[in-house]
Design a protein around this ligand. Structure first.
Ligand code: GLN
Length: 607
């Protein structure tokens, strides 16, 4: 964009939500980012979460969805995962603002005496801190290019009018005034419900929420209305009149078969023209040339067309709530779409396959085992706490003995090692000291990176390097025969280095270790079709079009295609061929296909 020379003023797009929560604001904001990127702009993003927690690290995935982990070790809201995946960028922990972080910064300043003599107040001290934070973080480069991005997309979590978000709305109102018209564009995501009795699209809830927005000093430039079908012309007119937004700036986000359709849905309604207009960028970006979303469109369409299923059993604790394993599901999806397979996820509650359930709830036990036995591949994800651990161990045993492709992530790797020690080494009470501090065979132990006596902050978090110890192994080949890989971590416990040689002598291969050789990062069973465990979480770096290597390996093995994948020595780009069914762009008819193209045995389908 900087062809004009000297022009380097950050432009801001704020995305707010009205009427109800769960409108898919995060995915909409990410798609807006994709569209602007397709216009040739460099995009960064900030997510504001008005809760009091300083970060998402302490929040239960059951309540709030997964904790997403960044390269710098930040434990953040899962929406940052959407931004990273959609925009293919790397964010920092500061790109997630919470009420807790802001108050902590202000209180620390007060304790240092920086406000000496002053009464410290929400306005102006908290609101100033919010604005300073946004301006500072927007400048951090996130796309591996030098210098700051052109546009920063800010998503305000929650719904307009929430008590919690008041300091943020006040700060953003001041901010929009300060950066000035032409540098700030507000997109309000709202809902236009259709009452089934009359079949009419209702504009009143949106009118009310825009009124709320205005009363807080924020003026929307664009309305993005969630509705099952495209907005009728008269409804648009009415919204335009009552909300003071030009009709051409009213976009319908109607239901689409999967979220990858969203960027082109926005483009087809000329959302980019409206945004660039509000940001005074029409002179810098050639809007006559349609933003190029070819890759997104063909991937979205081919995802809808997949027929041949691949069944993956996820044996975990939070089954039934897909947001708890969002990145994992995305990584599985990226891999299966690239191999042109329809992903079917079978959620297996880990505790249901335990012997105890056979007595207490035989039906649940039978159902869980049936799902596990019907799977083409088994995935045991990360987790904390001992609930379901024995069930996960049974799942690993089942996959090992029956030569079913298996991927264990973090806790999933640890339980695979425990299972091996119990079954092959005959160490009956082998365990992790996390679950049995008194075990006589501690295969997995607490290994903090820092001090053992220091309480708190003992989690090993963020990007760490894994060096391959063996090159002739599946994981090294899948990673493209590189000497090392950088992946993200979130754990405290690790394979006990004192037991490594015994485990290796019995046939387990520690194919990847850290730079000291003391921390086991990748474990493999060489004589199994696909049995891999990783101490890191490869799911956080999987991207649409760039599936994570070990997920790709799992799906390929589950479909009997691993050999050809390994021989090809090249990760195939399964999205290359464009399918032409929806060429006229009318996707509304296909709304029955689950959002995101993931078919599963629960309805935890997310936007
Ligand atoms: N609870 C295990 C640990 O702390 C595994 C963590 C995880 O799976 N993310 O090491």
């Amino acid at each position: 964009m900087n062809k004009g020379g000297g022009m380097k003023k950050m432009k801001y797009v704020l995305v707010t939500g009205g009427v109800v929560s769960g409108l898919g604001k995060g995915v909409t904001a990410s798609s807006i980012g994709v569209l602007l990127k397709a216009c040739g702009l460099r995009v960064t993003s900030i997510k504001i979460d008005p809760y009091l927690n300083t970060d998402a690290g302490t929040m239960s995935p059951f309540e709030h969805g997964e904790v997403y982990v960044l390269d710098d070790g930040g434990e953040v809201d899962l929406d940052l995962g959407n931004y990273e995946r959609f925009l293919d960028i790397k964010l920092t922990r500061d790109n997630n603002i919470t009420t807790g972080k802001i108050y902590q910064a202000v209180i620390d300043k007060e304790r240092r005496g920086d406000y000496l003599g002053k009464t410290v107040q929400v306005v102006p001290h908290i609101t100033d801190a919010i604005q300073e934070w946004i301006e500072r973080v927007a400048m951090i480069p996130v796309d591996e290019q030098p210098g700051p991005a052109d546009v920063c997309v800010i998503e305000l979590g929650g719904t307009i009018g929430d008590i919690e978000s008041m300091p943020f709305t006040e700060a953003l109102g001041q901010f929009s005034y300060r950066v000035g018209a032409g540098n700030f564009c507000l997109i309000h995501v709202s809902l236009v419900p259709v009452l089934s009795a009359v079949g009419e699209q209702k504009s009143k809830p949106t009118q009310h929420s825009v009124r709320g927005l205005r009363s807080l000093g924020l003026t929307p430039n664009i309305l993005a209305c969630r509705s099952t079908l495209a907005l009728e012309e008269n409804v648009k007119q009415k919204l335009s009149q009552f909300c003071h937004v030009p009709a051409e700036n009213i976009i319908t986000l109607y239901d689409v078969p999967n979220i990858w359709h969203l960027p082109s849905l926005l483009r087809d309604q000329k959302a980019h023209g409206a945004i660039l207009g509000a940001l005074n960028l029409l002179g810098f970006v050639n809007v006559a040339r349609e933003p190029n979303l070819k890759e997104w469109t063909s991937r979205a369409e081919s995802c809808d067309m997949l027929l041949e299923p691949v069944r993956i059993a996820i044996v975990g604790k939070y089954t039934g709530l897909s947001d708890s394993y969002l990145s994992l599901l995305k990584a599985l999806l990226h891999a299966s779409v690239s191999l042109r397979k329809k992903l079917v996820v079978d959620w297996v509650p880990a505790s249901d396959i335990e012997d105890e359930t056979a007595k207490e709830n035989p039906d649940a036990y039978k159902a869980a085992w049936k799902l596990l036995q019907g799977a083409d591949g088994v995935l045991v994800p990360g987790g904390f706490g001992d609930r379901g651990v024995e069930g996960k161990i049974l799942a690993a045993k089942y996959a090992r003995e029956n030569r079913i492709p298996f991927l264990g992530i973090c806790l999933g790797m640890q339980i695979a090692v425990i299972e091996f020690a119990r079954s092959i080494l005959g160490l009956q009470d082998a365990n992790s000291t996390e679950f049995d501090p008194d075990t006589t065979s501690p295969c997995v132990i607490f290994m903090p990176e820092g001090s053992k006596t220091h309480f708190g902050g003992t989690m090993r978090l963020g990007s760490r390097r894994t060096y391959f110890q063996v090159m002739d192994c599946k994981s090294a080949k899948l990673y493209g025969n590189r000497g090392f890989v950088d992946e993200r971590h979130r754990h405290r416990y690790e394979v006990n280095p004192d037991m490594v040689s015994t485990l290796e002598d019995a046939g387990l291969s520690f194919a990847g270790k850290d730079e000291t050789g003391q921390r086991m990062e990748i474990v493999e069973l060489p004589n199994h079709p696909y049995y891999i465990g990783t101490q890191f979480h490869p799911e956080f770096k999987s991207r649409p079009g760039k599936p994570s290597a070990l997920f790709l390996g799992l799906i390929a093995a589950a479909c009997g295609q691993l050999d050809s994948l390994l021989h090809a020595h090249k990760i195939p780009n399964g999205m290359a061929k464009k399918v032409s069914l929806y060429q006229n762009g009318n996707a509304t008819k296909f709304a029955k296909i689950p959002a995101d193209g993931i078919y599963s045995n629960c309805n935890g389908v997310h936007a």
